[in-house]
Design a protein around this ligand. Structure first.
Ligand code: CO8
Length: 261
């Protein structure tokens, strides 16, 4: 079953705690319009509020995860339009999403599309995927994290090469560089992402949330601050029923049943 209330997304029913969201602008290789980002933001609001949704899997089509920001729309925005760009709040919405996001990437993953994929916590890709920041070919540069998140994921040299030449890398190089964690056959990317999502969804949601927060904290802080946050988060979990259940289940040699408390 899918939700038909979106123009640019296909949102599937939640399955074992995982919601699949498919970008759906086939006429433009899923180029990201303001409307698409607004819809995605709305989906994120609903997913955050829902206890049933533990993980979101974000995907595109077989040909493209997303080929970037919509260039036609971008062309209409001048400097003032950019300063007042409503898309900033939508990107922020995705950044602040507290539950895990898995990007299942096939085909072109370029510009804003690559930046969107890098908002995910786990990226997996089909062997035919290609990742790039081609903005330089348009006389501009990445504007939604492409210089920063890519740098943290793959380091300075490859980031410079990708951003300054505009040339994409293939899935294999993306895996070697640490941008993605797994390569699959293209037709299996989504099912593999859903399977990973279901494993995560079976864990204690408080532990998942705090672990995600701690890892992201480590992306943009010094080690001592990151370790302090980890220690606090670890300590907070000592007060949860899920911790008691996890330890009891281990001792009783059974599967834990976590309740998110
Ligand atoms: N925007 C709008 N339309 C697009 C885009 C795009 N980014 N990419 C593809 N399309 C459209 C094409 O215009 C074409 O439409 P039509 O059939 O009406 O002519 C249709 O999708 C199919 O595309 P192609 O015919 O070009 O397909 P090909 O298989 O020949 O080529 C490519 C595929 C190589 C991906 C090619 O389409 C391409 O180079 N696309 C543009 C890639 C690009 O430059 N992306 C970066 C865009 S800029 C950006 O992302 C900045 C982000 C900043 C975010 C800041 C937020 C605040």
């Amino acid at each position: 079953m899918t939700n038909k209330n979106y123009k640019t997304l296909v949102v599937s029913d939640v399955d074992e705690g995982v919601q699949l969201v498919r970008l759906n602008r086939p006429e433009a290789l899923n180029a990201l319009t303001t409307g698409l980002l607004a819809e995605l933001s709305k989906v994120m609001d609903a997913a955050e509020a829902s206890d049933d949704i533990r993980v979101v899997v974000l995907t595109g089509s077989a040909k493209a995860f997303a080929a970037g920001a919509d260039i036609n729309e971008m062309a209409e925005r001048d400097l003032v339009g950019m300063l007042n760009d409503p898309r900033q709040q939508y990107w922020q919405r995705i950044t602040r999403f507290p539950k895990p996001i898995i990007a299942a990437v096939n085909g072109y993953c370029l510009g804003g599309g690559c930046e969107l994929a890098m908002h995910a916590d786990i990226l997996i890709a089909g062997s035919d995927a290609q990742f790039g920041q081609p903005e330089i070919n348009l006389g501009i540069m990445p504007g939604a994290g492409g210089t920063q998140r890519l740098l943290k994921a793959v380091g300075k040299s490859l980031t410079m090469q990708m951003v300054l030449t505009g040339q994409p890398i293939q899935a294999r190089q993306a895996k070697e560089a640490g941008l993605i964690s797994e390569i699959t056959q293209p037709e299996l990317t989504v099912s593999r992402a859903l399977a990973i999502g279901k494993v995560i969804a079976s864990k204690g949601s408080l532990a998942v949330r705090l672990a995600k927060e701690a890892i992201l904290k480590g992306m943009d802080t010094d080690l001592a601050t990151g370790l302090r946050f980890e220690r606090y988060a670890f300590t907070v979990l000592a007060g949860t029923q899920d911790r008691e259940e996890g330890i009891a289940a281990f001792k009783e040699k059974r599967r834990p049943h976590f309740i998110g408390r």
